[in-house]
Design a binder for this molecule. Structure first.
Ligand code: PHE
Length: 445
């Protein structure tokens, strides 16, 4: 047990890395849309309720498991629970591995847009193709998608190979503040466009009649996804956390930062879309087709387009790094590789696993029961495996390891955990029930 484990170099560094793992594509391309769709501030209020009760509780639980287990997702569950619980650790590892394989493909597309926006800025490229034609040409090009996926994985491996404090932490300490600055600039641009106020109204005016059960479930699903829960990430990052850090306070900050970024992204997207008369949507279509169209309508649009894709890239790569660390830590802790070997071997594995997703829109990869490969994998992980894993994590900390969790969170009784009874109640009852409802309602193919 007395092994020397890598550690975060500073509290700020950990916060930036953990916030980076949570702040991702979902904050930007999904949160604003679901908020607008399900009644603006009404949805937001419910979302806040979920993240600050259930979301924060599971974040605390996962960090405690990692810090007490002193190992990767599989090793931590094996050490603290053993037997069946080791399988739950496996679920986390598998989710991270599989999600990263397609997350990297999407990050690759973003790299292409960054490059394209940059070329547009210096005036070396002029395209007459419309935005959807441009995007379709990209995702239907096998060579390009594979090359971009490769470039992204090389970046991710290059950072992770340097270790926790001199690799992941160092880069997140630069990128995350950069993300906030870019986001604020974009909010300012968006809110100063003529007619933008209509967008703000659409985004935020509360309409409780639109919330409904569907809206509540969407809020819960978005909360788990946004905080990157049940993917082994928080367990793995928690395992590098110093024994004297205050888990509850850190969890609160990360949840706040994640929510703030999602909220601000909506203040960029809705005002900009509505001011330029373009209908906002969600997902890949929003980012790769709709927004580029919006940027062409505004003065100095190319500058803001570049800024936006940089922001988007930061959001994606810091999440990709976190996912990759789950996998690399498995190689180090379970397969006894050193960091360098694990990073390279796992990098190759993820790259190979991602190729069907990179080729999903080409005729080379068949559709799976009507869904494209990338969408199908995303669905299985997020609608089936994530809720199941999260349910087991709650049952583990709520019913089997609650005393251990309490000791861990209070640093062996040294600091208070006043809300422990509330936390326990959430882990024992509220979260498992909510997750079961999510699983049932979202599980239909
Ligand atoms: N939390 C990220 C987002 O909001 C997505 C993500 C989920 C990243 C799971 C990694 C693991 O986009």
């Amino acid at each position: 047990m007395g092994e020397k484990r890598e550690q975060w170099g500073s509290r700020f560094g950990f916060l930036m890395a953990a916030a980076g793992s949570a702040i991702g594509l979902g904050n930007i391309w999904r949160f604003p849309y679901v908020t607008g769709k399900f009644g603006g501030a009404a949805f937001l209020a419910f979302y806040l309720l979920i993240v600050f009760t259930v979301g924060i509780s599971i974040t605390i639980a996962e960090w405690a498991i990692g810090r007490a287990g002193k190992s990767d997702s599989v090793g931590s569950f094996r050490r603290l629970g053993g037997g069946f619980w080791t399988i739950v650790g496996w679920f986390g590892f598998i989710s991270a591995l599989v999600i990263l394989s397609y997350y990297s493909v999407i990050a690759g597309w973003i790299i292409y847009y960054v490059k394209f926006a940059f070329s547009g800025l210096i005036g070396s490229i002029q395209t007459s193709a419309s935005e959807d034609v441009f995007f379709m040409a990209l995702i239907k090009s096998p060579k390009l998608c594979i090359a971009l996926h490769l470039i992204n994985m090389l970046l991710v491996v290059g950072i992770t190979i340097k270790g926790i404090s001199s690799g992941i932490e160092k880069i997140c300490k630069i990128l995350m503040p950069g993300l906030f600055v870019i986001l604020l600039v974009l909010v300012a641009r968006s809110l100063t466009l003529a007619g933008s106020i209509e967008g703000v109204k659409f985004y935020l005016i509360p309409d409780f009649s639109k919330l409904g059960i569907d809206g509540m479930l969407a809020a819960a699903g978005q909360a788990f996804f946004s905080l990157s829960l049940a993917m082994g990430i928080a367990i793995t990052y928690g395992s590098y956390l110093g024994k004297d850090e205050k888990i509850t306070g850190l969890a609160r900050t990360v949840v706040e930062l994640d929510t703030l970024v999602a909220f601000l992204a909506g203040l960029v997207i809705f005002p900009a879309c509505i001011a330029t008369g373009i209908v906002p949507n969600a997902g890949a279509g929003l980012t790769f087709i709709t927004l580029p169209r919006v940027f062409t309508q505004m003065p100095f649009g190319k500058v803001f387009e570049l800024a936006f894709f940089l922001l988007f890239f930061i959001a994606a790569i810091t999440s990709a790094i976190a996912l990759f660390e789950v996998v690399v830590a498995y190689g180090i802790d379970q397969l006894k590789m050193n960091r360098k070997v694990s990073s390279i071997v796992m990098g190759i594995v993820v790259f190979a696993l991602g190729t069907p997703s990179a080729l999903a829109e080409t005729p080379l990869v068949p559709k799976i029961f009507g869904k494209g490969f990338l969408d199908a994998v995303d669905f299985v992980i997020n609608n089936w495996l994530m809720p199941v894993t999260a349910i087991f994590i709650c049952i583990f900390v709520g019913w089997f390891w609650s005393k251990g969790a309490k000791d861990e969170v209070t640093n062996e009784g040294k600091i208070p955990f006043k809300l422990y009874p509330v936390w326990l109640f959430i882990c024992r009852f509220v979260a498992p029930i909510l997750l079961t409802v999510l699983l049932i309602s979202g599980g239909k193919w």
